[in-house]
Design a binder for this molecule. Sequence first.
Ligand code: NAD
Length: 425
Amino acid sequence: MDKENKFYQLTFAERLAWLREIGALSADEAAALSGAAGLTPAQADHMIENVVGTFALPLGIAQHFLINGKEVPIPMAIEEPSVVAAASFMAKLARAGGGFTASATAPEMIGQIQILDVDDLNAAAERLKSGADELLSLASSADPVLLKLGGGPRKIQIRKITASPIGPFLVLHLVMDVCDAMGANAINTALEGMTSAVERISGGRALLRILSNLADRRVAKARCSIPVEALAFNDFSGEDVRDRIIEAWAFAAADPYRAATHNKGIMNGVDAVVLATGNDWRAVEAGAHAYAARGGHYTSLSMWSKGAQGELVGELEMPMAVGLVGGATRVHPTASAAVKLMGVSTASELAQVIVSVGLAQNLGALRALATEGIQRGHMALHARQVAIAAGAPEEWVAPVAEQMVNEKQIRVDRAVEILEEWRTR
Ligand code: NAD
């Protein structure tokens, strides 16, 4: 426990050794995380086209996350300084109120078929609704594995799009439980298998057949409740910090210019875990922002309020289309090691962890912005990247960064000057 509390003070090698010691990782998994092993050029060559290499990012572990009563180390792949530290710190604050409580709906994804050239939209819509059983049965035959696992097609919905640049048309939604997959391939295959029946029944022409990234039936929620005493720091009282956080959130709730940045802060945490686990972060990003605009007005994905005992209550709800099978999750050795480290065994658990990290990250940004500002803490970390960009050798990165912070001049040109001064000494 002592060591865990000082995880950030250990060296790179000591952190990995400790994770091995507590049995969180095997030797192979530790090697995959450290970069000693990981994705090989041959594996990469099978994943996409025209491969000439692999691309590495730092992988950090956020600490102190207690989610539904369980300790979860959080692997985060991200290039931006401060994110991992802020997540860990906020997870520690949330523990004062019992950590995060998270839940997720069934893993139901939506696939769409665009149906054009229909004479009578209402009559065709009715025929498609009556033919739902036949359509569901065709969709079922596309993926026997999902059926065996208790998933598969759940329902057919018909929507009329009346305002479009090409005039009105129909859209068929296939709702499918994709179990522990992200589900894009399963859905797209099922949609293609339904095409000719959809055309026959509707009398129209099926054009697009594709998954929707607005996964609003596959939503994960996280909540934390922080006693006001735990929020006090420096000259700020707990009540003051709580009220400032709620005021800062209200800005994002009301203004899309602020909401975009507020939600970007949430996605700092979300994307880092989505990426570390080999999931499709573009899909999660697309779903998040479409969900934030679902009421016709782009707003905050999270909500902050004052609880009955004066505590700070935070809630985050967003679509979370992530899987543990398919995509790169099983193929990429680092992603597999990251999943193992978290100890999650279903896509739903992974979704709950990710949304908890998003809420922690949101709290970190709001707390800093609404009190001392983010630059002080952020620039100290940013200075290290500036030192590296200026060409500082490894042993000089920390001292060059420190000097720039002390001088309050965190710029590449200053780092170059410092390096020149030191080299000619
Ligand atoms: P996949 O097809 O590789 O794997 C899913 C399949 O694995 C299931 O259909 C099922 O047959 C099988 N399976 C075995 N065990 C399972 C379990 N426990 N739960 C669920 N399925 C199990 O992967 P996928 O999730 O269908 O597709 C994900 C990939 O599709 C991602 O790489 C994504 O980038 C890509 N993609 C995304 C979009 C989009 O977001 N719009 C579009 C096309 C493709």
